[in-house]
Design a protein around this ligand. Structure first.
Ligand code: HEM
Length: 415
């Protein structure tokens, strides 16, 4: 038994997890003054850990695997069944190469330019509107951007429904009840839609440019030299589209950060200043709360016995707010990224480690370019006012968002 390791009392702490959300692990880390503790979660004795050293351990693929770690309810909503997230070893390496081949720095820049163009195309309509909700606009702009880049045909009349469906996938991950089921229904619809696109391309009925993600996924061969089955290819196409649309959450927080820290607005004229601001938005505001993996074998770390098959959870939000890593972690200070050491394990809003060899998000470059382009737009291309509204965001609901979605009015093109 783990006598030296704090154990969170109670038959099952899942309810506390839902009640404390993003701060569940951090609260206990402070309470027990320990970077790891055990708790009963989802009916299992689970190790929860936080911080840079814990992240290094978590990404050691000799000690941890993903297969069996992602709950089925998350696979059936957020991720999709058969996607890269739950693969290990050679199969994961091979599938990950597919993603990395589509998400090069050049493609990320292309997406940044595309999204800026799409934002600028909104201005005339916004000038006539009483107000706009940034989150709603961002979802539509990102859906158009993602589809154009990926080679996916999109009818203007389908945009609202598709944006809702993609949001429902993300909204389902921390939910029980109707929000979760909405995500499951959206998953079925979106996988069928993506599957029909994959088949259309393979059968030559849908023309798509070589090199686009739709083409690349449709003609990707697995380790046995076979094309992915239609469903798996559909899941992976949605693994490209869904997260791009999810950047709307960070964009809404960018709007909030600019409002709460207006002194930075005039700084955002250079790429570097936009980059450090975007990084601080990804660190400071909550999005992905934590990740799970299973111990591959018995081992001991920091006086704690890890048992083969045991569920282990790594705290993303808490690590990004860890006072051992970040000075004044609960203050918004983009300047801190001027001297950040670039560690692969201390700043982990999209996972840690090396994206090429582990599960770290391959879309960080895309996320940052889209966030920078949006900052350029909000700070340098338009003037707007921010009316009174409820901008508070919950640290319990996962994923979270400012309640109002961030309302802007009196919008004008800057001259
Ligand atoms: C994985 C977050 C944007 C594609 C992940 C992981 C997180 C994450 C936490 C899990 C890392 C792990 O399991 O170790 C985010 C956030 C984003 C974002 C917060 C911004 C909204 C993107 C974008 C793309 C993308 C833009 C692609 C266009 C993926 C894929 C994986 C992944 C395919 C699975 C990687 C693997 O299992 O090897 N992301 N991501 N993400 N992300 Fe992102």
């Amino acid at each position: 038994m783990n006598k030296e390791v704090p154990h969170d009392k109670g038959l099952d702490n899942s309810l506390s997890l839902y009640q404390e959300g993003y701060q569940f692990i951090q609260n206990r880390r402070e309470r027990y003054d320990s970077e790891l503790f055990t708790a009963h979660l989802l009916g299992q004795n689970t190790i929860c850990m936080s911080g840079e050293e814990a992240a290094k351990l978590f990404y050691n693929t000799e000690l941890f695997q993903r297969e069996g770690a992602v709950p089925k309810r998350v696979q059936k909503s957020l991720f999709g069944i058969g996607g890269v997230q739950a693969l290990d070893g050679k199969e994961h390496d091979h599938r990950k190469k597919l993603f990395l081949s589509m998400m090069t720095p050049k493609e990320a820049k292309k997406l940044g330019e595309l999204v800026l163009g799409k934002w600028e195309a909104c201005i005339t309509e916004w000038e006539q509107a009483e107000h706009i909700v940034l989150f709603e606009e961002a979802r539509k702009v990102l859906l158009r951007t993602a589809c154009e880049w990926a080679g996916v045909p999109l009818n203007e009349k389908d945009i609202a429904e598709k944006a809702d469906d993609f949001t429902a996938l993300v909204d389902a991950f921390g939910a029980i009840g109707p929000r979760h089921w909405k995500g499951r229904r959206a998953r079925t619809k979106l996988d069928e839609w993506a599957g029909s696109l994959i088949e259309g391309v393979r059968e030559g009925k849908l023309e798509v440019k070589e090199g686009t993600p739709l083409y690349t996924i449709a003609f990707h061969y697995d380790l046995e030299g076979k094309l992915l089955d239609t469903h798996t290819a559909a899941v992976e196409l949605n693994n490209v589209l869904r997260p791009i649309i999810a950047i709307a959450v960070f964009i809404t927080f960018e709007g909030l950060a600019l409002y709460e820290h207006p002194q930075y607005r005039t700084h955002l004229t250079t790429d570097l200043e936009r980059e450090i601001f975007a990084q601080e938005v990804r660190r400071y505001y909550p999005f992905g709360p934590f990740l799970g993996a299973k111990a591959r074998k018995d081992f001991r770390w920091r006086e704690c016995d890890f048992k083969e098959g045991q569920l282990v959870i790594l705290d993303l939000y808490g690590t990004n707010h860890d006072a051992d890593i970040w000075e004044t972690p609960d203050q918004f200070q983009p300047e801190r990224f001027r001297k950040w050491n670039g560690s692969l394990y201390n700043f982990i809003p999209q996972g840690g480690g090396d994206a090429a060899t582990g599960h770290r998000c391959p879309g960080e470059g895309i996320t940052i370019e889209i966030m920078k382009a949006t900052l350029d737009f909000l700070a340098n291309k338009i003037d707007y006012e921010v009316p009174e509204q409820d901008m508070s965001f919950s640290l319990v609901k996962m994923p979270t968002l400012p309640a109002s979605g961030f309302i802007m009015d009196h919008i004008h093109r800057k001259v």
